[in-house]
Design a protein around this ligand. Structure first.
Ligand code: TYM
Length: 322
């Protein structure tokens, strides 16, 4: 089984990225082959400051390594270091139906809000399809918001195969049911664009303050409450041990507690949960050369595989004589 996923360096990673996707990368890195990349070409559709983009890209690599991605077991690289992807993207674009792309939510939402969209955003899912197909990926671990894009990838691959003969492997999305959609501090999906994130490596004091400001309902203190639908409880469940989670659920059902107590428990559990990764991050932060060498090695490995698939696709559609 070949696993692949990408993550955009559009800011610092948050709990949604970790519990929805990165945690799966780490669990799956022992599969036959796994490829994880930092999607800087995608990020270029929103981050237009070169220094900021370069900084976020390196930070993303450091974060992934600190969180447990092991370059001995998984191939870690930066998207733009594999130029084969952009070429493959063009092959797919030539047959991508406008209607299919018009239905994709990132583009559709922007247009619905009356904002101007550019061709980069419109064709974004096709570049993503190229990312996936270039490695003959079977499985793509992602959060729920990316499922539509993987369906688009399957459609594009299927119609290419239909037209030019069997060329691409059709991938499947892999979701974690309990954290495929991690809520933010306001209960909506956690997302940088909603300004409701808890970042993985933000200053512990600043994070505690953010947690204390999480919006809650106006339930009277003594009233029992179902824990399952509550976003504060959902966030706590991500970082607490099983026994702590059970205890908290029982407290919700009994009633007679204040949300302040839950928030404090959440901040404590989060600090414990990420303590080791935080320490590893500090070490990596002082050795950028090592991180750059890991990325260069990853890119070389990724290019080898992507080059094979590109050659196969160019042959299939008549760009290279068979
Ligand atoms: P991106 O950078 O927005 O998000 C990276 C990963 O984090 C997941 N995620 C979440 N999961 C659960 N709950 C949330 N609140 C939450 N927020 C983010 C996302 O689902 C994603 O898995 N287009 C992709 C990057 C990409 C890609 C690819 C992914 C480019 N090429 C090829 C897979 C395969 C994106 O913007 O993810």
């Amino acid at each position: 089984m070949r696993v692949l996923s990408g993550i955009q360096p559009t800011g610092r990673f948050h709990w949604g990225n970790y519990f929805g996707a990165i945690r799966q990368y780490i669990e799956l890195q022992d599969e036959d082959e796994s490829y994880y990349f930092i999607a800087n070409l995608h990020a270029l559709t929103t981050v237009r400051d070169p220094k900021v983009l370069a900084g976020y890209t390196l930070d993303a690599a450091i974060d992934l390594l600190a969180l447990g991605l092991d370059p001995q077991r998984a191939t870690l690289f930066v998207q733009s270091d594999v130029p084969e992807i952009s070429e493959l993207c063009w092959l797919l674009l030539t047959g991508a139906p406008m209607g299919l792309l018009e239905r994709c939510h990132a583009y559709k939402d922007k247009v619905a809000r009356g904002l101007p969209a550019d061709a980069g955003l419109f064709t974004y899912p096709v570049l993503m399809a190229a990312d996936i197909l270039a490695y003959d990926s079977d499985v793509v671990p992602v959060g729920e918001d990316q499922v539509q894009h993987i369906e688009v990838c399957r459609d594009l691959a299927g119609s290419f195969n239909h037209h030019f003969g069997q060329t691409f492997t059709l991938p499947k999305a892999k979701l974690l049911d309990h954290s495929a959609k991690v809520p933010g501090t306001d209960g909506e999906k956690m997302s940088k664009s909603y300004n409701n994130t808890l970042e993985l490596f933000e200053d512990a004091k600043a994070q505690r303050k953010k947690i204390m400001r999480i919006t809650t309902d106006s339930r009277p203190m003594d009233e029992p409450k179902e824990p399952e639908g509550d976003h504060l409880f959902q966030l706590y469940s991500l970082v607490a041990a099983e026994a702590e989670r059970e205890e908290m659920a029982a407290m919700y059902r009994r009633g007679g507690f204040g949300y302040g107590e839950v928030k404090k428990a959440l901040a404590d559990a989060a600090e414990r949960y990420f303590a080791e990764a935080r320490a590893r991050r500090l070490e990596l932060e002082s050795d950028h050369d090592k991180v750059r060498a890991i990325l260069a090695d990853g890119a070389a490995r990724a290019r080898k595989k992507a080059g094979e698939v590109l050659l196969r696709s160019k042959r299939a559609c008549g760009l290279i004589p068979t």
